[in-house]
Design a binder for this molecule. Structure first.
Ligand code: ADP
Ligand code: ZN
Ligand code: ZN
Length: 718
């Protein structure tokens, strides 16, 4: 008999430990098995196996219950390596989430331990056998038309009955193979000679003993070219290379740029089908391809010998997963690099405060690219909307922006219009003096809640009735400020009836390939003006774009989140970086109310350090990251009563903590679930994790409490 320990598929934290089963044969670690758990069939993964001389009865006696048998073994080979197992264990500890959930987050669907087990897609092919067969004329014709390995379904299109006959007499054999997805090839291009700045950065990354380097390079300074040279270097050393990019910037342009230089590149992102993801995963595992360009989850691919992990736009929030397990790919990358004796290159024009402060402390090697390749930064100007509105101008497309667009179109160049609005509910402003209505307790802007027709502070939950007059100048002209991309499109189409205008936002790209199509048309200059949300701010490199207009640029600043100034700054810098990347100097026009805000001033003067110093000062005073770590706990429930009880129960547990625990904040309902957020702030992460684990253990051991979710170091608060 063998005692087998497995993790079962179950998302609750209180089954987050191995369970013991018996089996009559030894089993390899990390194969999946079927077994009963809580009276239903479950797919589990084996994590240990040892033999025993005890009989079934003795085993049951030892354990004090009837130890069940494994029903069936699913895999012939382990689905993961020791490294991936350890990584999942580490992830489980550092995100305080169930091991099995961590493991499944790391694997393509076909390898997950999901309850309905679906293997990879198989495809039936034909093998031609040698031998003397008495063919009819028709059979001979068709047999000759069949190539070795031809897909059976294709062959059957010629004649179902003849193929059947050929198989019956043994001339053909049908076999199954995992479906393959081929990459199409592109024309090969030579590497560009690096500039002195680029070369210097490259040399230092190669020669350093430090694990992490931070490449701080302005937009258009040629960071991508540095990545490609680095990739080449490590590939020539027979090592693997991972280039990570934010969720939405794995554009056709980026894909092409990498394909132009290397064979067998793997692209790993969310638009792939389950089968494609599985296939790419397998290719990495088999060592068929050694360079991967991918989004967040590519950090979990089964590499053998990594040379370097490059994280483009390392500050980007898409590297943080906001559902369980709430991991940050940057942390995972560093962890993997240590295991592989590899390097990590973090790169950005607007580094995260965390990375930049570490670089200043020499924890990371700091490298800078100060110049654009074309040596030409765009000219940035700001339109003060308060002034424009007084002049009866539109606050959607102001007169000066309209003129600039008109000029650009006249010169046959292209325009990008960025709308900063994601997740922000409308605020109320005075059209006369520009005052924004603020919470009296928190100094944060109030948000308009249409359903209840009130103003609400998202910091302290205090609600206000909507005033008739401006509290600072008494004017009655209060405006609800907030509009969408569609409205902008209409406005622009009216202004420029002949212009080709396209729009990219969540609505217009919700089907596969739409994103690529819109960008392709823009690249070919079939579109004159591209309007979009955050999606169009990143990574695009189109020579004909000479004007970028940014609407409601300070909308983000109106949000109360601790990270909103940084996110606004990043967005404006990224968006500005799209303008004037080739021969002609670009222009950027920013429309805002809050024109004196340091985030906007810093963008105008292209001055990251100016922003960094002010922002770090604020973070230090308030104690927010990077001066601390945050833990966000969200309780959710349909049952209000139970939610309150759970909140009380959790409150008693967190009372013992030596960290700052904020008052519970009631979040808006989500899909009928009432929710509360509890925020905890502290300095020593390891300590916080330990204490928090205990609190969670205490919470989940109690029956009949609300669902609990933990997010360590959230990048923004809801
Ligand atoms: P970033 O990633 O820093 O925004 P890119 O890598 O997109 O910048 O480079 C900006 C432009 O400069 C691209 O069109 C790129 O092809 C070009 N470029 C980069 N490095 C060089 C170089 N060494 N010589 C000539 N052109 C370059
Ligand atoms: Zn006023
Ligand atoms: Zn408040």
């Amino acid at each position: 008999m063998y005692l087998i320990e497995v993790y079962v598929t179950n998302s609750s934290l209180n089954v987050n430990r191995p369970f013991t089963y018996v089996y009559d044969k030894p089993l390899a670690k990390y194969v999946r098995v079927k077994a009963f758990f809580n009276r239903s069939q479950n797919i589990a993964i084996v994590v240990s196996c040892r033999s025993t001389n005890q009989t079934r009865e003795e085993i049951d006696q030892t354990y004090g219950f009837s130890v069940q048998e494994i029903l069936e073994v699913v895999d012939e080979e382990p689905v993961i390596s020791e490294e991936i197992f350890e990584l999942a264990s580490w992830l489980s500890k550092t995100t305080i989430s169930p091991f099995i959930g961590c493991l499944n987050a790391m694997l393509p669907k076909a390898l997950k331990t999901s309850k309905s087990l679906k293997g990879p897609k198989m495809i039936r092919k034909l093998h031609k056998n040698e031998g003397d067969f008495a063919f009819t004329k028709r059979q001979r014709e068709i047999y000759d038309l069949i190539d070795e390995g031809m897909i059976a379904a294709e062959a059957r299109k010629m004649s179902v009955s003849v193929i059947g006959k050929l198989i019956a007499v043994g001339a053909l054999t049908e076999y199954e193979e995992e479906a393959q997805y081929e990459n199409t090839d592109v024309e090969r291009k030579a590497f560009k000679t690096l500039t002195d700045e680029q070369q210097n950065a490259y040399d230092k990354i190669i020669s350093t003993d430090q694990i992490v380097s931070l490449l701080f390079g302005v937009t258009g300074s040629g960071k991508t070219e540095v990545y490609l040279h680095l990739a080449d270097h490590f590939l020539k050393q027979q090592k693997e290379v991972l280039i990570m990019v934010p969720e939405i910037s794995l554009t056709p342009q980026m894909i092409e740029r990498v394909k132009e230089r290397f064979n067998d590149v793997i692209f790993y992102h969310s638009e792939l089908s389950d089968q494609e993801r599985y296939e790419q995963y397998r290719r990495v595992k088999e060592g068929e391809a050694r360079i991967v360009v991918g989004t967040r989850s590519s950090v979990f691919l089964p590499f053998h010998d990594l040379g370097i992990i490059i994280i483009d736009e390392e500050h980007d929030s898409s590297y943080k997963q906001d559902n369980v397990p709430c991991y940050h790919a940057r942390n995972v990358a560093i962890r993997r690099a240590i295991t592989h004796h590899a390097k990590v290159l973090l790169a950005s024009a607007t580094p995260s405060l965390d990375s930049y402060s570490r670089a200043l402390k020499k924890e990371y090697q700091l490298l800078e690219l100060k110049n654009r390749i074309n040596l030409n930064l765009p000219e940035i100007s700001v339109i003060d909307l308060t002034k424009q509105i007084k002049k009866k101008d539109s606050y959607i497309i102001s007169e000066p922006l309209k003129e600039a667009i008109s000029e650009t179109l006249y010169n046959n160049k292209q325009v990008i219009i960025l709308l900063n609005r994601r997740g922000y509910s409308p605020i109320i402003k005075c059209a006369e003096c520009g005052t924004t209505l603020m919470c009296q307790d928190c100094d944060t802007p109030l948000n308009y809640h249409k359903d209840e027709n009130v103003l609400k502070c998202h910091q302290c939950s205090r609600t206000y009735r909507i005033p008739k007059n401006c509290p600072s100048c008494g004017s009655g002209k209060l405006i609800y400020y907030g509009f969408g991309t569609k409205r902008v499109e209409e406005e622009l189409q009216n202004m420029f009836p002949k212009a080709h205008i396209d729009r990219m936002d969540r609505d217009s790209v919700n089907h596969k390939g739409a994103h690529a199509k819109i960008l392709k048309a823009f690249e070919k200059h079939q579109t004159d003006i591209l309007i979009g949300t955050q999606m169009i701010a990143k990574g695009l490199d189109y020579p004909d774009v000479t004007l970028v207009g940014i609407l409601n640029a300070d909308a983000g600043l109106m949000h109360q989140d601790y990270n909103s100034a940084k996110m606004t700054f990043d967005l404006l810098m990224q968006a500005s970086g799209r303008s004037g990347r080739a021969d002609s100097t670009g222009r950027v026009i920013i429309q805002a109310f809050n024109v004196d805000h340091y985030a906007i001033k810093a963008v105008i003067s292209h001055d990251y350090n100016y922003f960094y110093n002010i922002e770090m000062n604020y973070r230090q005073k308030t104690g927010y990251p990077p001066y601390s770590h945050l833990m966000e706990i969200i309780l959710s429930d349909m049952n209000e009563r139970r939610l309150q009880d759970s909140l009380d129960y959790l409150g008693r547990l967190t009372d013992t903590l030596s960290y700052k625990v904020y008052r519970p904040y009631r979040l808006p309902k989500q899909q009928k679930l009432a929710r509360y957020r509890i925020l905890i702030m502290g300095k020593n992460l390891r300590n916080m994790l330990d204490e928090m684990q205990k609190i969670i253990d205490g919470y989940i051991s109690e029956k009949n409490l609300s669902h609990i979710k933990i997010d360590i170091d959230p990048l923004y608060l809801e």
